[in-house]
Design a binder for this molecule. Structure first.
Ligand code: HEC
Ligand code: HEC
Ligand code: HEC
Ligand code: HEC
Ligand code: HEC
Ligand code: HEC
Ligand code: HEC
Length: 435
């Protein structure tokens, strides 16, 4: 039992708990109404405690220096949000894993995308380590078969370092980032800020910018899978994750494939992708078992409403509000407007790799994607769509102030990169993105 200090005598603890309960019940008999109200407030408080207030504006960073010189760097996160489990001792859906991209442009007439003559590094000024903020490094070997050095993620990337050159861009893949700043391990800060710094090959700094790396543990499985909750009637282990595993064993043990027969409860921590394929982890799963996206969305399709609030039961979330793009902010668009309902999501033939496309709705000429995925598509002059418009779910102007920092640094105002002279030295009188 990791939650108790090994020095506390368990019998003593049980005694204290029982005495407490008896006193509570006697008092409750006398003051039923106020106690009931109090209990409800306590539950509400606890819910708030579980997901402590989040800081939406990561203000305590120094302001970066002005940017427009000979070079500009545009950076972004590949996805609009990266989730990870808040506790890995029982189960893992997703590890801490963030990915930053960047393009460096030599300003000119015409501007040039460059990679060979510069190096780009990244760091998080307020978030320099993860051990102590997540127990991932205690379970990496059991879950993923590798004993990673502290603060190093599954791809060998740390919380600061050089980005890799990949053709026309730079990338830092699989940063094991958590949602906690160094000075406070309990307040969640899901819109973490990274500095991208460009150096010439002699090490002199050319330019820098500050970009968001979104990260959250806000999966609210606990709303239904707490003790005896609607997802776990008759099951009360005291731990949400263990309730889920117990329920899963009760329902599916007979069908566990050869080589995977042991109850999940007996071999914690469990990686869901061991049996259920997940493209997010490049995990093939076991043939005949539905992929994780299908299993989870199908099983819960009657349990949550087809609204953004319904999706926020598992995707981050009522507090994090990962959907923060201009379409949700200004036009009230919901998850299902682009993804369909739970049933449609569960029928995705290729989860993570077959996703909505911008040009399905924005079908005027000039707005076509050149790749099935938005995150891999490029437009004007070989610049990635996400460089000018930002990540999916954060399409500029985002409702979160942090997302706007890099655009304001470059062009003096928030919103998609619409200022030609960020890249062109003289304003071209014709053409431009989408023309
Ligand atoms: C809105 C309530 C709700 C939320 C939120 C929720 N669940 Fe469930 N879950 C249920 C219900 C209800 C069942 C079905 C219970 C039954 O069939 O008896 C269930 C069943 C399950 C099962 C058992 C599958 C089976 O074979 O029967 C698993 C595993 C599961 N949920 C995992 C999760 C995970 C992981 C999360 C968070 C990412 C989650 N659930 C969030 C309500 C919820
Ligand atoms: C040992 C292999 C194994 C592991 C590990 C495993 N599952 Fe399953 N799961 C199964 C099998 C087998 C089924 C039944 C599939 C079927 O009904 O076709 C199942 C069914 C489910 C279902 C119900 C699907 C449905 O439509 O009824 C959900 C939800 C689910 N698993 C979620 C999870 C989650 C979440 C995890 C990680 C905590 C997980 N599973 C880990 C083997 C596994
Ligand atoms: C305006 C359309 C739109 C809305 C609204 C939207 N999405 Fe997406 N979503 C997309 C697109 C486009 C992609 C694929 C991006 C790419 O190519 O990488 C995507 C991808 C995803 C992915 C896969 C990971 C990723 O980022 O590629 C998840 C998970 C997801 N969306 C969940 C949600 C949830 C949950 C909501 C609501 C809270 C939501 N989406 C709202 C358009 C949308
Ligand atoms: C009961 C929990 C739960 C609910 C509710 C839920 N999701 Fe998910 N979703 C998950 C989990 C878990 C994954 C990760 C699957 C994996 O790792 O492959 C996921 C992955 C996804 C993905 C990426 C994989 C894919 O299928 O392309 C999309 C998109 C997505 N969800 C959209 C939605 C939308 C839209 C809603 C609301 C209509 C929603 N989800 C509601 C649990 C949920
Ligand atoms: C399901 C349809 C749908 C999808 C998919 C979609 N959009 Fe939109 N988008 C809209 C609608 C509707 C509006 C509202 C204004 C309009 O009609 O242009 C809008 C507005 C916008 C705006 C704001 C325009 C303004 O006037 O402020 C931008 C920018 C935008 N979308 C970019 C994107 C990008 C980038 C993607 C892909 C990641 C995308 N959209 C995917 C339907 C969609
Ligand atoms: C160099 C920056 C740049 C790049 C790269 C870029 N865009 Fe744009 N995009 C803009 C600007 C500026 C606007 C607003 C003016 C306009 O509509 O032409 C815009 C407008 C849009 C809109 C229209 C929203 C509306 O309804 O008004 C969509 C959709 C869009 N872009 C999608 C894309 C996609 C998809 C890609 C990649 C294939 C892409 N953009 C690449 C700068 C860019
Ligand atoms: C994010 C950087 C960026 C922004 C912002 C940008 N461009 Fe460009 N533009 C480029 C790049 C890179 C090229 C490709 C140059 C080449 O072909 O070598 C290019 C090429 C062009 C060209 C082709 C002719 C030439 O100069 O080679 C025109 C015309 C153009 N841009 C117009 C515009 C206009 C108008 C705007 C503002 C509405 C704009 N651009 C905004 C980066 C940008």
């Amino acid at each position: 039992m990791k939650i108790y200090s090994p020095h506390i005598d368990k019998r003593l603890l049980v005694g204290i708990l029982l005495t407490g309960m008896v006193i509570f019940l006697i008092t409750a008999a006398f003051y039923w109404q106020p106690i009931a109200a109090l209990a409800q407030t306590t539950i509400d408080n606890l819910q708030d405690k579980l997901y402590l207030p989040i800081v939406l504006q990561n203000n305590d960073s120094p302001t970066p220096p002005p940017i427009l010189g000979d070079y500009v760097v545009i950076g972004w996160n590949d996805l609009g949000m990266h989730c990870y489990n808040r506790d890995f001792s029982d189960l893992a859906v997703l590890p801490p894993y963030n990915t930053l991209w960047a393009q460096v442009i030599l300003r000119g007439d015409p501007p040039k995308i460059i990679t060979d003559t510069v190096n780009v590094s990244f760091n998080f000024p307020n978030n320099t380590y993860s051990v102590g903020k997540s127990n991932f490094w205690d379970y990496d070997l059991a879950l993923f078969g590798v004993d990673l050095p502290d603060n190093i993620g599954l791809t060998g990337t740390g919380l600061a370092g050089w980005m890799d050159r990949e053709g026309d861009h730079f990338v830092a893949e699989g940063i094991p980032l958590t949602e906690y700043n160094d000075n406070d391990h309990t307040t969640r800060v899901p819109y973490q800020l990274a500095d991208l710094v460009v150096n010439d090959l002699n090490g002199a700094e050319l330019t820098r910018n500050r970009v968001v790396a979104p990260v959250s543990t806000e999966m609210r499985c606990d709303e239904c899978h707490s003790d005896n909750g609607p997802g776990n009637e008759g099951i009360a282990t005291g731990i949400v994750e263990q309730n889920i595993l117990t329920k899963h064993d009760d329902e599916n043990m007979d069908e566990y494939p050869p080589g995977h027969k042991n109850p999940l409860m007996n071999r914690r921590p469990v990686l869901c992708a061991e049996c259920h394929a997940s493209n997010a982890l490049a995990a093939p799963g076991v043939a005949g078992i539905p992929n994780l996206s299908e299993a989870v969305h199908d099983k819960h399709k009657e349990r949550v409403p087809t609204t953004t609030d319904g999706c926020y039961k598992c995707h981050p979330g009522p507090q994090t509000q990962c959907l923060r793009d201009v379409m949700s902010g200004s036009y009230n668009m919901q998850c299902s407007d682009c993804h369909g309902n739970m049933e449609q999501v569960s029928n995705n033939p290729n989860p993570w790799l077959n996703e909505p496309r911008c040009d399905t709705c924005h079908d005027e000429a000039g707005y076509e994607q050149d790749h099935a995925l938005y995150r891999l598509s490029k437009g004007h002059g070989g610049i990635y769509c996400e460089a000018c418009h930002d990540s999916t779910h954060a399409v500029a102007p985002s409702t979160r102030p942090e997302d706007g920092i890099k655009f304001t640094n470059l062009q003096g105002h928030n919103g998609e990169l619409d200022t030609c002279t960020v890249c062109h030295l003289t304003d071209p009188s014709t053409g431009g993105p989408h023309k």
